[in-house]
Design a protein around this ligand. Structure first.
Ligand code: ADP
Length: 666
């Protein structure tokens, strides 16, 4: 009993279950994969596109650039004497602090005597004087597998710390682009952290926003934010985010003291002949690398202002991936294919936009690769699933339809058989009743004669019913064919009207005719007679005593129009809508009073349309109706519509409040 309930529950919620389980499986699958290349590209896209924090104007850079080298007539690395002279000049300009990003080991290799001699001592002297004046001075050093490469003696006496530009060469990105910075290595703070610590007094232990550790090498990193939007990329040289002075300008005294005083000065090489001076950043488009000196300034700025990029936690990535995949599957199952595509694209773009806003405004990095891959993957998996479902449904529908058609055929056959077999006995009853009445009327009492007349009327009604049903079965099994001959419709009408003579008198309904002279037209006389008889019969049946029925013909050129206008009960809008449906009879007293099958108008419409004509109705409820039969004048045998196709009425309302219906083939 319990198992049965569970099965039912599953069936009822099949769609929700498929969506939930599908999204969960996809999420689990995706979360076990890394899309580092996609993720890093999206990361860089955000970095390049959005607005970034404004660069601090407290930081200025002094570049040992090609102009400086040329003017000093030196090659890189620059002899120590120039460094010393630069520092001695800066000392007088009272900067806030100095970060010296020159590899002194390279200098020592080329100019060992300078370093060991007087210039080395002067360098150390300037550094210690600066320290004594409260101007922090730190030498940036490279690092190799043994750790920091300490500056050569005696420069090693100057405060120094590792100042490497980290490139993503493994796991994330693998593209040698600088996104993260080293904060400490083997427990020692790096150049930037040390300088920021000495400058702002920020605690060495307090973590930078977004800081994370790599226990394998006892290192900690953070994804730093680049500053300024226009100061990078191809135009970096022309419009850098930080003020850059050429070393030679300082040496030649072109830069006023005010530009340096109170600023943090970073000094480094920026020579176009040395590719070591440049690195790729998320701003650069491969071909344009950015000077490392500017990247150093950005790292320092980010630490000083505590602006790191915070990675969203893993659980958030799980949740977003699950939600977006579930949404895509749901939308593919719910909407049309076009909307499915639209929703998927809008979702992907919307997600990217949210990611961009969070990154630009809050420095928050939500992982985008898994959700984005999830969006497209779930779309490609959900579409075939939906197709299979749809195909299954269509197949079921077709099966059902076939069964219905068989039932319909059986019904028609049955009706035909029964009605056909009824015809003979009914005719016999009618014939016998007539004979008895004719031959023995003298011997029969008045009420006996009356009963015989009732029998005859009832069999007449029954006959009419049988004929209609047989006609219907013929139509439904495509067994109607037209025998065309030329005939004047007016003549046909006159004959029919004659037959209504007696009925018109007993019902006290006058039949008037206004027949315009017409040319004979080609038609199946017997079918058109049936049509007109039915329309006139209806006009009489649904009219009141003392009213009038007008029959009018008109030549309209390509067509002729036969109108039957009565002053009877009329039809409401709803009734007009179903008028030409099989077995339809309006629900009013007059209809109940009169025997009928509800097949007359259905057959009328069918026969008229078989002649490529149409039936129009306008009616005012309670006032009367007008039925118009419109037939073409030039019907050819090959034009004749193969009867058997189902036809429906098209309803339109016009005629100043009158109800109007015209039938068209559909
Ligand atoms: P039947 O007359 O045998 O019921 P028909 O198909 O000829 O079947 O007509 C369908 C229904 O349309 C009728 O039952 C009647 O309610 C309505 N109807 C037909 N002609 C008129 C008319 N001239 N005025 C009012 N109602 C009509």
């Amino acid at each position: 009993m319990r198992r049965f309930d569970l099965k039912k529950l599953l069936e009822k919620n099949e769609r929700a279950l498929v969506i939930g389980v599908g999204a969960a499986l996809l999420t689990a699958f995706l979360m076990n994969l890394e899309f580092n290349w996609v993720e890093s590209s999206l990361y860089d896209f955000r970095m390049r596109l959005g607005s970034q924090p404004t660069p601090s104007n407290e930081i200025v850079l002094i570049a040992i650039d090609d102009t400086s080298l040329t003017k000093l007539d030196e090659l890189s690395p620059l002899p120590l004497e120039h460094h010393v002279r630069l520092l001695e000049l800066l000392e007088q300009m009272h900067p806030r602090s100095i970060g010296y990003l020159v590899d002194m080991n390279r200098v020592a290799q080329t100019y060992p005597d300078q370093v060991k001699g007087n210039w080395g001592a002067r360098f150390v002297g300037v550094a210690s004087r600066l320290e004594m004046q409260g101007i922090p001075f730190i030498l940036g050093t490279p690092f190799d597998i043994n750790g920091e490469v300490v500056p050569p003696f005696p420069l090693s006496a100057v405060p120094h710390a590792i100042s490497v530009i980290h490139k993503d060469g493994n796991v994330f990105g693998e593209d040698k682009i600088t996104r993260r910075a080293l904060l400490s290595l083997y427990g020692k703070p790096t150049f930037h952290l040390e300088l920021a610590h000495r400058l702002t007094g920020r605690e060495l232990e307090s973590p930078i926003r977004g800081q994370f550790a790599d226990p394998a090498i006892e290192a900690s990193y953070f994804f730093f934010r680049y500053h300024g939007t226009t100061g990078f990329g191809p135009r970096a040289e022309n419009k850098p985010a930080y003020k850059v002075f050429s070393m030679i300008d300082i040496l030649e005294g072109h830069i006023p003291r005010s530009r340096i005083e109170g600023k943090t000065v970073l000094i480094g090489s920026m020579s176009r002949t040395d590719s070591e001076d440049y690195t790729f950043t998320p701003y650069s488009k491969r071909a344009f690398a950015n000077p490392k000196l500017i990247v150093h300034a950005n790292i320092l700025d980010a630490i000083m202002t505590n602006r790191g990029v915070v990675r969203s936690p893993d659980w958030l990535n799980w949740v977003t991936t699950f939600l977006v995949t579930a949404f895509v599957i749901w939308s593919v199952f719910t909407y049309t294919p076009l909307y499915g595509v639209f929703n998927t694209i809008v979702l992907a773009l919307g997600f990217l936009l949210v990611g961009q806003i969070l990154f630009s405004v809050r420095g928050l990095w939500i992982r985008e690769s898994q959700p984005l891959v999830g969006i497209f993957l779930s779309y490609y998996l959900a579409v075939p699933y939906r197709l299979i479902q749809e195909y299954k449904r269509r197949w079921d529908y077709q099966q059902k339809n076939e069964i219905l058609m068989q039932v319909e055929e059986m019904k028609t056959n049955f009706l035909r058989l029964v009605t056909h077999d009824l015809k003979t006995p009914v005719a016999r009853i009618q014939g016998l009743a007539e004979m008895v009445l004719r031959r023995s009327s003298a011997r029969l009492e008045e009420h006996e004669q009356e009963n015989l007349r009732h029998i005859m009327n009832s069999t007449e009604e029954l006959n009419h019913f049988i004929t209609s049903v047989l006609e219907l079965t013929k139509v439904e099994s495509n067994r109607v064919s037209l025998t065309l001959e030329s005939k004047d419709v007016n003549q046909v009408l006159e004959k029919i009207v004659e037959r209504f003579d007696a009925q018109s008198k007993t019902m006290e309904i006058a039949i008037k005719t206004e027949l315009e002279p017409l040319f004979p037209i080609r038609m199946d006389v017997s079918l058109i007679t049936k049509v007109l008889t039915n329309i006139i019969d209806n006009a009489m049946k649904y009219s009141t005593r003392g009213s009038e029925v007008l029959i009018r013909t008109r030549d309209l050129g390509a067509t002729i129009e036969i109108s039957v206008i009565d002053q009877g009960i009329g039809l409401s809008t709803e009734e007009l809508g179903s008028l030409f449906t099989r077995f339809y009879r309006a629900k009013n007293d007059q209809t109940t009073k009169n025997a009928g099958t509800g097949l007359g108008l259905y057959l009328t419409k069918f026969f008229v349309e078989a002649h490529r004509g149409r039936v129009e109705v306008s009616s005012v409820h309670g006032k009367g109706s007008e039925f118009r039969i419109i037939l073409p004048t030039d019907l050819k045998s090959e034009d004749v519509v193969q009867p058997g196709l189902r036809v429906d009425a098209n309803v339109n309302l016009s005629n100043q409040g009158a109800n109007d219906v015209s039938s068209t083939r559909s």
